[in-house]
Design a protein around this ligand. Structure first.
Ligand SMILES: C[S@@+](CC[C@H](N)C(=O)[O-])C[C@H]1O[C@@H](n2cnc3c(N)ncnc32)[C@H](O)[C@@H]1O
Length: 271
């Protein structure tokens, strides 16, 4: 296990995630053993823009029961459950953080989606799947923790079928100056690896991807972050990310408003 693996796992581990989710579900009058992706939506999409980003990304793809999807850095499996419940896709999710996977496996079981979704601990930098196994590779808010984008993209390219689609949500640096920390993915610069938009485009190109859509989604996310702090919503990602979520999200909003970072939805094709 590399030091970076340990650092990333420690960063994303908040022991007792499922217990906190269950307590709030019970408080809101739900039976935690019988939930649906709709009930869990506000807590299980662990990326900028939440469910709306997942929906916007999914509607840009052609998805159905025959589509084999790999979700890299799947978190607690919320996006996987959305794709399985709405499109019937078969999904493998991998994530470096065991707490995320264990929580995700139980929620998937409770949603009755275990026949369509397999979640396992795995590393985006070393994908343990045969060549050309997937029609779609999906990845939301993960690459900020990955320094070697070239190696990562080579792995994605390898596991995709020819003509397959890779879609990701990622931050680039912006023209507004140095990022303010802490943010959701890092407390300081040692775990944050953002490039410029031009560098990102060049990396996708060099890895053998043809860009289909490259969407600046920053304004949508800023609007979403403003809604997030509403006091009446208790079933939030704070249960997964920890008590300092609001402070880190506020820094994230400021980074985007001041154009220190830019948030992208990216859809590319394996050429
Ligand atoms: C912001 S969360 C996003 C989770 C999920 N994609 C979602 O949107 O709901 C980032 C996730 O990336 C995972 N991650 C970071 N580096 C990883 C790596 N090298 N391999 C696999 N997962 C990684 C973390 O463990 C964490 O669960």
């Amino acid at each position: 296990m590399t030091d970076q693996t340990t650092d990333v796992r420690d960063h994303w581990t908040r022991t007792g995630t499922l217990g906190r989710i269950d307590a709030v579900l019970t408080e809101l009058g739900h039976d935690p053993e019988h939930v649906t992706p709709d009930i869990l939506a506000s807590v299980e999409h662990l990326h900028s823009g939440g469910l709306k980003t997942t929906q916007d990304q999914a509607q840009r793809l052609s998805l159905g029961p025959e589509t084999r999807v790999l979700d890299i850095g799947c978190g607690i499996g919320g996006p996987a459950r959305y794709l399985a419940a709405n499109f019937g896709c078969q999904i493998h999710g991998v994530d470096l953080t065991p707490e995320m996977i264990e929580t995700g496996q139980i929620l998937t079981e409770r949603c009755g989606l275990s026949d369509k979704i397999t979640l396992q601990v795995g590393d985006a930098r070393d994908l343990a799947f045969p060549d050309a196994s997937f029609d779609v590779v999906w990845c939301q808010n993960v690459t900020m923790n990955i320094p070697d984008k070239v190696g990562f993209l080579a792995g994605v390219h390898r596991v995709l079928k020819p003509g397959g689609i890779f879609t990701s949500t990622e931050f680039s640096t912006g023209p507004g100056g140095e990022m303010i920390f802490p943010v959701m993915w890092a407390y300081d610069a040692s775990m944050s690896f953002l490039d410029t938009e031009d560098q990102m485009r060049a990396q996708f190109d060099a890895a053998g991807f043809r860009i289909r859509e490259w969407i600046n989604y920053t304004d949508e996310v800023i609007d979403w972050l403003k809604q997030m702090g509403k006091p009446d919503n208790k079933l939030t990602t704070q249960l997964v990310f920890g008590d300092d979520t609001a402070m880190r999200a506020k820094n994230g909003a400021r980074n985007m408003e001041e154009k220190r970072t830019i948030y992208w939805i990216i859809v590319v094709e394996r050429a």
